[in-house]
Every structure is written in structure tokens, then in C-alpha cells.
Design a protein around this ligand. Structure first.
Ligand code: NAD
Length: 498
């Protein structure tokens, strides 16, 4: 059994708290490694190391900092396949999906290598008599990120790449369920030329997160995970004066208008609802057909597709999705399915009984499909985060739009239609942060920003894009006048441009 360590000051260091978490192979159910859960002392050691390393790193010019990211891209490119295997062996997602997880992270690394341009300030010549005015972006110091299990490569890279490009040092606290890839990414950053201490990884649970939240040397916290914890992290970080961006849960709706191309809509729903076993914050978990005919046409196509989903081993290239991440999570998802039945929803496809031959202890389940779901049901109000799709029928477009907007989560929402006017209206009025028009998973590319609305996000700056460069820097504005310019004498009034 392999042991996972922390990564502090450029090397792997063992945990000494005596507390460990299990890492499973989700396909077999076996414990394959143990992850040390950091004590407050271990977190302090990581913060100290980052604090020492950061000033020298900030003094490296942005182009040289960007070159480390460019080298990192090359190194990850070389290891892409082995990283994808490691990722899927701890998470359970298929290897093809794991490759995508890494790739979407690398795209933000590429974007962050534009730091020399993105960090440029503004300059106004002769803003007043002999006065020049300019602004600059300066690093915060030490920033930290807490990441979820479902994208163990992408989300860490979304955080550490812009932070490091900005001249910050970064402490990553990855999910305790799949820390293997984040650790390897930190090693590859060192190999790419990053000085020791600029990127540290501490593994752990709430104790480690609280230690980061309470440490005065940590100036900013980025968090991605469930909403309850996002809200807790946000409140505690803000209370101690830290900058915080905390992204939470989702319940993404896909509205299917009567004029939609139904075959296209069903292809989209199957992939977005069941890909990665539904363990994506941008997964579609609610389909909203508008009108009776759309509902009938959609369900007639959807039911056989859900029944014939191919659940397989992560390494099986023909599998649609693999096992869930842990038995605890599998049980939670199955309990939601039981709850849906109790609440009166119609379970059209029940995948709870699925067993993978030869892997009976693995965390597998098949796809589930509910019809006649209502807005009052908990299976609608709460995030299930598994291969479970709910169909909630709407009488007309306004009712469908109102559902999207009234839900407490507002990560993504999509509309499938041939009507440009309806699509435009939906994009304008739907209360969600990311909208798809005939696109089920509207995850913006690296040079736009990513973030939900309502209880899907706490804080005011999004992930990646230009927002990341705002989040990981503070702005300084300099007003300067040199001796030899115009002499105006002493003034006791507020300077204005009048
Ligand atoms: P989680 O909230 O259980 O864990 C996220 C992180 O918080 C982990 O690193 C974990 O160790 C830490 N943590 C757990 N309990 C804590 C506590 N009591 N105090 C402080 N820290 C704690 O989430 P998860 O199960 O790993 O991930 C799935 C969730 O993440 C889903 O809700 C999903 O929607 C969400 N998610 C959101 C986005 C987004 O951008 N909005 C992206 C991916 C995942």
C-alpha cells in the first residue's frame, strides 16, 4: 500500500499527526493508500515555508515566472497519460474523462502564462500639472486553495497557476479522496523551475482548512466544494480580513423547448447528466421539457438511452462512466433515489441494482431517471451529485424560466431550441452564472471567467480569466510629481480637476 505525503519546501514530507484518511480504488472498493491529515503545526510549517519563499518569487520578472508555467505545460504533456491513469484510479472517472480534467486545467496554465500582459497597469501622463498617475498589480503574499474531489487536476491548476503567475506563493489543500495527482503536479512545478516553497501541498480535512483560515499570513482563500462548506469558509475567511472566493453546489437545468432538435437534446442530456457519473458541478441534473409533446418526445428517446448506458471500469475506453468516488458517496446517492420514490416521483429507470461482474465491492451504480418531479421535492431542491436525472415538466417557457431562476443554486443553465428569440431571452433573464444555448455544459474557456450565482458561489470574483488576476493581486495607484515640475505652493483644499 502506498502512502501519500505532504509537499512542503520542495519535497515530500510525511505527516506526523497520527491521523490518516483512506484512499480507495473505487472500482474494487479496496483501500490503496493512506493520506496523512495535517495538524495545525503542519499547516503552519507550510505557511512559513511559503512566506519565506514568496518575496524572492515576486521579484522574479513576470516573463520569467511565465516561463516556469510554459515548462510545466511541457512536463505535464509528457506525463499526461500516467497522470490520467493515476487520476482515474483514485477518482473512478474514465481515463478519457481524466484526460479532459487535466487538459482543462492546462488551458488555465496557458492563459496564466500571459501574466506579463495581464499584470500590466495603467498609466496617465500629465494627469495634472507635472503629475503622472499609474497603477500596478502587486501580489498578495501567500494565498491558499481548498479543492473538491471531482476535478483533482483541473481545479488545483485553476487556482495555483494564476496565483503563482501573479507572484504569490500558494498552499494547496486538495481533497483527501484523490490527492495523488495534485501532489505530482506540485513536483512537476518544481521540476519546471519553481523555487521551493512557492507551491506547497498540505493534505487534510477540516482541521487543516481551519488552520489556513485562522493563519494571519494567509491573505486569500479560494475554495471549491459543497455550498454549506463554501459558505462556512467564506464567512470565516472574511471575518479574519482575508480575501475569499468560494464556489459551491449546483442544480443545473436544461430547458427543452418544443421546437428543439430532440435527438440533439437527448445526446446532450445523456452526456451532461451521466458523464463522470454525474459528479460534475456543471452536470445537468434537471431536464425541463416545455409542453406535453416535448415531454413525450424527450422521454421516448431518453428512457432507452439511460437503460443502455455502459457502466465500466475506468480503464475501459468504451465505458460511459465508471464507479462513484467512495462508498459513502454511493450510499448517499442511492439514498436520494429512495427518497425520490418516497416523495412520489416516478422512477422510470432504476440503476441502483447494477453490479459490475468481478468487481462486486466497487462503488458502481447505473443511471437513474425520474419523471414527475416537483419543485417541492428534496431530490429537486438538493444536489445529488450522482448519475440521477430528474424530469420536471413545465407548461410553458415562462414556467421553465421561473424554475431555473427560483432555484437556490445558479451555476449553469441551458436551453435547447431553434428559436433565436427564446434563446436570447433565456440568456438575458435566467438567474445563473453560465448559460448554454444548445450547449449542455457551458463551461467557459480559460480566457473567460467561471462562476455561478446565488448559493453556488460566495464572493465577487470568478475563477480563471481576468478575474483570477484580480483575485490574486492588489491594486496600487501611484500619483507622482518630480522636483522641477510646476510649483503650486501649499494647498489646504481637496485636490480636484475643476
Ligand atoms: P466538500 O465540500 O465535501 O469538500 C471540498 C473541500 O472541503 C475538500 O478539500 C474537503 O477536505 C474540505 N472540507 C470538507 N469538510 C470540511 C469542513 N467541515 N470544513 C472545512 N473544509 C472541509 O466537496 P466534495 O464532495 O469534495 O466536492 C463536491 C462538491 O463540490 C459538489 O457540491 C460540487 O457541486 C462542488 N463543486 C463546485 C464547483 C464550482 O465551481 N461551483 C466545481 C466542482 C465541484
Amino acid at each position: 500500500m502506498s502512502d501519500i505525503a505532504h509537499f512542503i519546501d520542495g519535497r515530500r514530507v510525511p505527516g506526523r499527526s497520527g491521523r490518516y484518511g483512506d484512499i480507495f480504488n473505487p472500482a474494487t472498493g479496496a483501500v490503496v493508500a493512506q493520506v496523512p491529515l495535517a495538524s495545525r503545526d503542519k499547516v503552519r510549517e507550510a505557511v512559513e515555508s511559503a512566506r519565506h519563499a514568496q518575496p524572492a518569487w515576486a521579484a522574479v520578472n513576470p516573463q520569467r515566472r511565465a516561463r516556469v508555467l510554459l515548462k510545466f505545460l511541457e512536463l505535464v504533456g509528457r506525463e499526461h497519460e500516467s497522470l490520467a491513469k493515476l487520476l482515474s484510479s483514485e477518482h473512478g472517472k474514465t481515463i478519457a474523462d481524466a484526460r479532459g480534467d487535466i487538459q482543462r486545467g492546462l488551458e488555465v496554465v496557458e492563459f496564466s502564462a500571459g501574466a506579463p500582459y495581464l499584470l500590466k497597469g495603467a498609466y496617465t501622463d500629465a494627469a495634472g500639472p507635472g503629475i503622472d498617475l499609474y497603477s500596478m498589480r502587486q501580489p498578495l503574499g501567500v494565498a491558499a486553495g481548498v479543492t473538491p474531489f471531482n476535478f483533482p487536476a483541473m481545479i488545483p491548476m485553476w487556482m495555483f497557476a494564476p496565483a503563482i503567475a501573479c507572484g504569490d506563493a500558494f498552499i494547496l489543500k486538495p481533497s483527501e479522496h484523490d490527492p495523488g495527482v495534485p501532489l505530482r503536479l506540485a513536483e512537476l512545478m518544481m521540476e519546471a523551475g519553481l523555487p521551493a516553497g512557492v507551491l506547497n501541498v498540505v493534505n487534510g480535512d477540516r482541521e487543516a482548512v481551519d488552520a489556513l483560515l485562522d493563519d494571519a499570513d494567509v491573505k486569500a482563500i479560494a475554495f471549491v466544494g459543497s455550498s454549506q462548506i463554501a459558505e462556512y469558509v467564506y464567512a470565516r475567511a472574511c471575518a479574519s480580513g482575508k480575501r475569499a472566493q468560494c464556489f459551491g453546489a449546483a442544480k443545473n437545468h436544461m430547458v427543452v423547448m418544443p421546437d428543439a432538435d430532440m435527438d440533439h437534446a437527448v445526446d446532450a442530456l445523456i452526456g451532461a447528466g451521466y458523464g463522470s457519473a454525474g459528479e460534475r458541478c456543471m452536470a445537468i441534473s434537471v431536464a425541463v421539457p416545455v409542453g406535453k409533446e416535448a415531454a413525450q418526445a424527450l422521454l421516448a428517446r431518453l428512457v432507452p438511452r439511460v437503460e443502455s448506458l455502459k457502466i465500466g471500469l475506468p480503464a475501459d475506453a468504451s465505458a460511459d462512466f465508471g464507479p462513484l468516488v467512495t462508498r459513502t458517496h454511493l450510499d448517499r446517492v442511492k439514498n436520494y433515489v429512495a427518497l425520490g420514490v418516497e416523495e412520489g416521483a416516478k422512477l422510470l429507470v432504476d440503476g441502483r441494482g447494477f453490479r459490475m461482474q468481478g468487481y462486486e465491492d466497487g462503488f458502481f451504480m447505473g443511471g437513474c431517471l425520474f419523471d414527475d418531479v416537483t419543485p417541492q421535492m428534496r431530490i429537486y431542491r438538493e444536489e445529488i451529485f450522482g448519475p440521477v436525472l430528474s424530469v420536471l415538466r413545465a407548461r410553458d417557457y415562462e414556467e421553465a424560466l421561473a424554475l431555473v431562476s427560483a432555484h437556490e443554486y445558479g451555476n449553469g443553465a441551458a436551453i435547447f431550441t431553434r428559436d433565436g428569440g427564446a434563446a436570447r431571452d433565456f440568456a438575458t433573464r435566467a438567474q445563473a452564472g453560465m448559460i448554454g444555448v444548445n450547449v449542455p455544459i457551458p463551461t467557459p474557456l480559460a480566457y473567460y471567467t467561471f462562476g455561478g450565482w446565488k448559493r453556488s458561489a460566495f464572493g465577487d470574483l470568478n475563477q480563471h480569466g481576468e478575474d483570477a488576476f484580480r483575485f490574486y493581486t492588489k491594486t496600487k495607484t501611484v500619483t507622482s510629481r518630480w522636483p522641477g515640475g510646476v510649483r503650486e505652493g501649499a494647498s489646504f483644499v481637496m485636490p480636484t480637476m475643476s
